[in-house]
Design a protein around this ligand. Structure first.
Ligand code: ADE
Ligand code: ZN
Length: 326
């Protein structure tokens, strides 16, 4: 169909993708089998049936459990390459992907196994598919500052291949302030900074991420809309918001795609982008997210072009690289 062809044909960057969230149920079974790991599901259908969430924590519990099948460098390589193969058909030409090292190091998987596997998958994707990518190390905010510092230290040998740091996991009760010093240390190492804020948390968390973490990009940011002064600040500073429509609906932060504020964000002058977050868990990859809002909010083709352009403007590519994509 026409709209699908138009969306798939729009070159786009994906800026909010947790690589562990691209683990499809079929892959979960394949990795479990090859690693001799038991999983509490009998079939792919049973896994999919378990993906009914009422909030972020509900999802996170099952997402961290799923990640347990990831054990070897090969697993991380295969996971990353499968993601790029899938989004090649969505018109993705560049992706800046998150990974959660603590989810793995806390299970005894060395940082290097995770990083080397993912980086190898990213390299293979560029060679085979021509998709460029960058890696962003996310700190789990439900863990403490000391553990985040430990993770940043473990990352030292890979810092030339890591574009930036991020902040994810349970937002409520874990404000950005908790990681002010870790983000300052990351900034001093020349790393870019992003943070999930305003997904479930209040607008004050978004302001904290700006003021205390000096973020270069805002992940989600939906609840910024509750504070007009904050919206004006985000618009004035051309802050990129990595919005994830199907995620917002699946985690019950937005009632339905028909009620999604993506068009309001654009009208308010916000540099919004469209992303998939955890596509294997939320029912769609990036083109599915474009399609859902295009239909749900009756977006014009001009709006869709703006969203795709914003994905390059908000990327960590150089000015020349961005210009080459516009
Ligand atoms: N980890 C994976 N997906 C996430 C999300 N949407 N919010 C917070 N942490 C996450
Ligand atoms: Zn996310």
């Amino acid at each position: 169909h026409d709209l699908d062809t138009f969306i798939a044909g729009l070159p786009k960057a994906e800026l909010h993708l947790h690589i562990e969230g691209s683990l499809e149920p079929e892959q979960m079974f394949a990795f479990a089998r090859r690693n001799g790991v038991a999983i509490p599901f009998a079939s792919v259908e049973e896994v999919r049936a378990a993906y009914a969430f009422s909030n972020l924590q509900d999802f996170l519990d099952i997402y961290y459990a799923g990640a347990d099948v990831l054990r070897t460098e090969e697993d991380f390589h295969d996971l990353a390459l499968a993601y790029f193969e899938r989004v090649a058909q969505d018109g993705v030409v560049h992706a800046e992907i998150f990974f959660d090292p603590q989810t793995h190091t806390h299970r005894g998987i060395p940082f290097g196994v995770v990083a080397n596997g993912l980086l190898a998958g990213m390299e293979a994707a560029e060679a085979r598919l021509g998709i460029t990518s960058k890696l962003i190390l996310c700190f789990l905010r439900h863990l403490d500052e000391e553990d985040a510092f430990k993770t940043l230290t473990q990352a030292q040998p890979w810092l030339d291949r890591i574009a930036g740091v991020g902040l994810d996991s349970s937002e409520l009760g874990h404000p950005p302030a908790k990681f002010e010093r870790v983000f300052a240390a990351a900034a001093a190492m020349g790393l870019k900074r992003v943070a999930h804020a305003g997904e479930e948390g209040p607008p004050e968390y978004v302001a904290e991420a700006l003021d205390l973490l000096a973020i270069d990009r805002l992940d989600h940011g939906n609840r910024s809309l509750e504070d007009p002064a904050l919206v004006a600040r985000l618009a004035r500073s051309s802050m990129t918001l990595t919005v994830c429509p199907l995620s917002n609906v699946k985690l019950c932060n937005v009632a339905s795609v028909d009620a999604h504020p993506i068009d309001r964000m654009l009208q308010l002058g916000l540099r919004a982008t469209v992303n998939s977050d955890d596509p294997a868990y939320f029912g769609g990859y990036v083109a599915d997210n474009y399609r859902a809002i295009a239909q749900g909010r009756d977006l014009s083709r001009r709006d869709l072009v703006t969203l795709a352009r914003n994905s390059f403007l908000g990327s960590f590519l150089s000015d020349d690289e961005v210009a080459a994509h516009l």
